[in-house]
Ligand binder design. Structure first.
Ligand code: HAM
Length: 414
């Protein structure tokens, strides 16, 4: 989680470099908590260049830190799911990554009516801006400004382009007009000859492949998406909520020159995305889709007194061996009611009482706290042999089935 600061210093005026939790370590090295994962991945790939089979498909879920103004969906630390494909030039790689994003959304109940993914191409935008006299070296810093369109609005973007990057008022207006394009054809029509044809073909192919893959309805073209990180070189994309309430849900794109920046002698094509946990949680809350995750404890094991603690621990080990979740009560409670309270608080279904009277007969007593198959207290508990504890779930299930059957027969007879 600690990286050298220099890994992020790309001099394009990116927000991320000003948001680092940076400090100097005891050997005088300037380090930072990692604000993102992509440079770390690039460094890892370079370090293992000879042993890495390409294309490499890599995922990780790192914790990242950014000194941002906290707001809904943006915090100073977050977990970010990353997926990247290194070593593939073709737009098939982006298509594959976007499929993963859409499948993930679907798996948690989010549909293409809730969320869309805006797609654009930096290659195309670079050619458009080049035709307006904005050189390749100025392109990345200009993208950083254009990326703020949503946040600060067109007038402020225009002003920053003019004042910080010396763009004329006329060109700044043209750039803003381009950013408003909502189809590839519209952009082509507006910018004519200036548009990079290979970039346009890539975009069109991505949309076609996404249709073939079955998730075309999630994608829309949006020329205003350029992304705020300087290293992107081709297709870029951002997930957004269609209700327009939240910040970007996820984002990524192609970064074919990042590995060269870190010293690779040959250009290594790469693309990927980052997907944080914070906006997703807001989205799930808004849609009422936040899962109610049950507490996973099945058994609380409770010793009758301190003398029985070792035997209770043995019991816990035997039940765990059978694969069940067990919480060991660390200090025996004086009153049984307190043990019940404890078991309820941790959400356990069963209490396993380890007491001398049953232990003498090689048994432990198991109480079911959520028995819905009987109203008789004596049927809500079962003495189980110590040697059978490894298959205690099976034994309890069989007992419950027998009791339920007996009770339903009884009800019929009445
Ligand atoms: P990013 O757009 O800076 O890209 O961040 C990606 C995602 O991380 C955002 O869309 C959001 O879900 C989440 N995120 C970022 N900052 C915060 C924050 N302060 N609080 C909560 N969530 C946040 C990148 O980081 C690129 N490295 C992604 C990438 C991977 N590109 C290629 N591969």
């Amino acid at each position: 989680m600690l990286e050298r600061q220099e890994l992020y210093k790309r001099k394009a005026g990116e927000e991320i470099t000003g948001q680092m939790y940076a400090f100097t370590d005891q050997e005088g090295v300037e380090v930072t908590l990692r604000p993102e994962m992509t440079p770390t991945l690039a460094r890892m790939v370079l370090g293992r260049a000879s042993s890495t089979m390409l294309p490499l498909k890599w995922f990780s879920i790192p914790q990242c830190w950014r000194f941002e103004t906290t707001q809904r969906g943006r915090k100073r630390e977050h977990y970010q799911w990353n997926m990247d494909i290194i070593g593939c030039k073709s737009v098939s790689a982006e298509t594959e990554l976007l499929f993963a994003v859409c499948e993930f959304f679907k798996s948690i109940g989010i549909t293409s009516a809730d969320v869309g993914i805006k797609v654009n191409s930096r290659k195309v935008m670079a050619s458009v801006l080049d035709s307006y006299g904005i050189t390749a070296e100025k392109f990345a810093p200009v993208c950083v400004v254009m990326d703020k369109l949503d946040k600060i609005g067109p007038d402020a973007v225009k002003e920053e382009l003019e004042q910080t990057h010396g763009v004329s008022a006329e060109i700044a207006s043209k750039i803003i007009a381009c950013l408003a394009c909502k189809t590839v054809d519209e952009l082509q029509g507006l910018c004519g000859e200036g548009v990079d044809q290979a970039g346009i073909e890539e975009l069109k192919r991505l949309f076609t492949l996404a249709e073939d893959y079955g998730y075309g309805d999630w994608l829309i073209f949006d020329a205003s998406v350029v992304r705020g990180l300087a290293y992107y070189t081709g297709i870029v994309f951002e997930g957004f909520d269609r209700a327009g309430e939240l910040r970007a849900i996820c984002g990524g794109g192609r970064y074919d020159r990042l590995l060269s920046l870190y010293g690779s002698v040959t250009e290594v094509p790469a693309c990927g995305f980052g997907f944080g946990d914070c906006v997703l949680v807001e989205l799930l809350k808004d849609k009422g889709l936040m899962p109610d995750l049950p507490k996973a404890i099945e058994f609380v094991v409770a010793a009758f007194n301190d003398d029985m603690q070792g035997k209770a621990m043995k019991t816990a080990a035997l039940i765990r061996d059978g694969g069940a979740d067990v919480d060991m009560l660390l200090e025996p409670k004086k009153k049984v009611a307190n043990t019940f309270d404890y078991a309820n608080r941790v959400g356990a279904r069963y209490i396993v009482f380890v007491a001398p009277s049953e232990w003498e007969n090689d048994m432990v007593r198991i109480k079911d706290l959520r028995a819905d198959y009987t109203e008789h207290d004596d049927e809500k508990q079962l003495d189980v042999k110590i040697s059978d504890l490894g298959r205690v779930r099976e034994i309890l299930a069989a007992h419950q089935a027998t009791v339920a059957a007996k009770n339903s027969m009884g009800a019929l007879a009445v």
